[in-house]
Design a binder for this molecule. Structure first.
Ligand code: SF4
Length: 211
């Protein structure tokens, strides 16, 4: 019996489909995942990338992240994650990730690794120096003020006019330092950081999720 070109394509297509179905990739994937997280410690956390704040389950073995996935019990995301959040595993397991502070000295062209103690001392020293140098107790600003102009109009009555007047105000602030927060901060950390920054007199306080 001859096989037409059309029959050949139908037959080969069906066998391919049967072969694919019998391989059941979904079940193979589930098994592989189960093996990967078997015996792993489960910790819940929040995705650090944006202000949606999706919930994530992190699986760790011997202190290493072995898997991350959406947290089905999370009230906001209910187990779903966007592509960026789904790739969170690579944030922890990435050979290009910086694991130590990097410092580029003024006019230098390369970054070099430094110790945490040195980096933190530098930050503290420079914040103090900059704050002391730029702190202002008062500042001048123009405000609108209503004045009764004594010039008599045709009606013969005094006229109220609004004019710009320069006044000096107590400000107790520094314009020399800015702070930017990260979406990885939780509510309590943001609260404490706001308290700290305001106590230093900062006014330029921003957040990653807003820009
Ligand atoms: S998973 Fe996506 S949408 Fe959810 S917090 Fe992370 S970056 Fe934002």
């Amino acid at each position: 019996m001859g096989v037409s070109r059309r029959d050949f394509l139908k037959l080969s297509g069906s066998s391919l489909l049967l072969g694919t179905l019998s391989a059941d990739p979904a079940s193979a994937e589930t098994k592989e995942r189960e093996l990967r997280i078997k015996g792993a410690k489960e910790t819940t956390t929040i995705c650090p990338y944006c202000s949606v704040g999706c919930g994530i389950v992190v699986h760790t073995k011997d202190g290493k992240v072995v898997n991350t996935e959406g947290d089905p019990d999370h009230p906001i995301s209910e187990g779903t994650l966007c592509p960026k959040g789904s790739s969170l595993f690579q944030l922890a397991n990435n050979p290009t990730r910086a694991s130590k502070p990097l410092y580029r000295a003024p006019k230098a062209t390369v970054w070099k690794e430094v110790e945490w103690d040195w980096a933190l001392d530098q930050v503290a020293r420079r914040v103090k120096e900059t704050r002391d140098r730029t702190f202002k107790t008062t500042a001048k600003s123009k405000v609108k003020e209503k004045r009764t102009d004594l010039a008599i109009r045709e009606s013969g009555l005094p006229v109220e006019v609004e004019i710009d007047v320069e006044r000096e105000f107590s400000v107790n602030r520094t314009d020399g330092i800015a702070h930017i927060g990260s979406a990885a901060l939780d509510n309590e950390e943001c609260y404490l950081l706001q308290k700290l920054m305001r106590s230093w007199g900062l006014v330029w306080i921003e957040h990653q999720a807003r820009i």
